[in-house]
Write a protein that binds this ligand. Sequence first.
Ligand code: LCS
Length: 405
Amino acid sequence: MTHQEDLHPDTMSVHAGVGEFEHRPVVPPIHQTSTFGFDNVDQGAALFAGKEQGYIYSRMGNPTVGALEGAIAELEGGHGALACGSGMAAIHTAFAAFLDAGDHVVCSEAVYGPTCTLLETQFARYGVQATFVDTSDVGAVQRAMRPETKVLFVESPGNPTLVVSDLAAMAAIAQEWEARLIVDNTFMSPVLQQPLALGAHVVVHSLTKFLNGHADVVGGAIVAKTQEDHVHLRKVLNHLGGVLPPLESFLVHRGIKTLALRMERHAASAIEVARHLEGHEAVAWVRYPGLPSHPQHEVHMKQSRSGGGMVAFELCGGVEAGKAMMNAVKLCGLAVSLGGVETLIQHPASMTHASMGPEARARAGISDGLVRLSVGIEHLDDILTDLDQALGAAQRASEGAGLTA
Ligand code: LCS
């Protein structure tokens, strides 16, 4: 099977990275092995010296993992991809690859909590400074850049507020300051948004989310636009060691086959859920990048194929009403993570973004009452019925506590 760049994302999701294996299996087999034999000492030496291509040891490369990496690189339009043990392993490896002591990072305020914490704790220990800004504000990003800024890290839409940054404008700033633009594309996936085509140097993913799609694997990926960056990242990942094992790689690769199909359904239902919540008397506000009410709706639709599967909202009754709602859901699962086939609801201030602390959350616009919903692929009517009964429970709880909408 050959691949062409002009294939549609739906087709690429099915065929990307299948590769060529003995016996021509339709899907890449699981090479569940830690190491690979050499023909003789000279051949082993040639492999280590890079004079011969082949596999040595699964931290350094494995055919099943390589097939997944090929698929992700193809979907993102990068030179190469690396599969990592988690999204955080991917982000850690990317930062470690491009930052030295004394360097500076400009990072979106609204990012997955541990990304912020990683910079503020571990990388601060190594003498790396970080400035967190609202990256939807191009001027604020420009003002935050310094001569020693080596990385501009942007999550768009940002977790959990769904604030959107103009990726082409971010790329122009990074270019001007000779910094690398790294984009966390987890919330969109490559079938909805391709940051490398907009000028980003590197894309990172939590494969745990939409790419795998089935809530049964923790994984991450780093995609580089250039061969030089890819080779450097491969070396750093080999040293840090946070690679994805073969079985997990196989599962993520299987998940990717339905990625385009799933994203279509996630987005089609999420926009309806967002509209429904906007029209509900118990809901104070809703953020969904696919709706005109979103402050950066136009920017988002310019750089992405749809609004995606994530919705953020707050109830009129604030934190207590939100808690009552989250405790009342029956079909939707009360759990962190996102991007799986099942609808999940969670409370960022006390869960995914608790590690950031109240000040960083306030700065990023993550209010204590914000509720985050990952809209699954169940029938829309069943999702709406469950949300309605949970909103009813929240309204009754608010009335009981004198917190009327
Ligand atoms: N980037 C984004 C945008 C994320 O949402 C997450 C995880 C990560 C990176 C890290 O990936 P991991 O190491 O977990 O594979 N986000 C989570 C969330 O919102 N709930 O639980 C995990």
